[in-house]
Write a new protein. Structure first.
Length: 65
């Protein structure tokens, strides 16, 4: 990102998205859960938490593959 640091309000974050700006070190995961019936937000968060634990590998700073 460029410019001075700010509080990063929701409006500022949304503005950055709409302008196509991002943090170059940022990585994003998108997960879509398909269900035959309704799924609660709590269940979706639980499924996402389990998915992240299975998929994301944490490394120490400076560690290479």
């Amino acid at each position: 990102m460029y410019g001075s640091r700010s509080e990063w309000t929701r409006t500022e974050r949304l503005g950055a998205v709409l302008e196509g700006r991002r943090h170059l070190g940022q990585q994003v995961i998108e997960a879509i859960f398909i269900s035959s019936g309704p799924i609660s937000a709590a269940d979706a968060e639980s499924h996402l938490r389990d998915l992240v634990c299975d998929v994301v590998v944490l490394r120490e700073a400076g560690e290479t593959k």
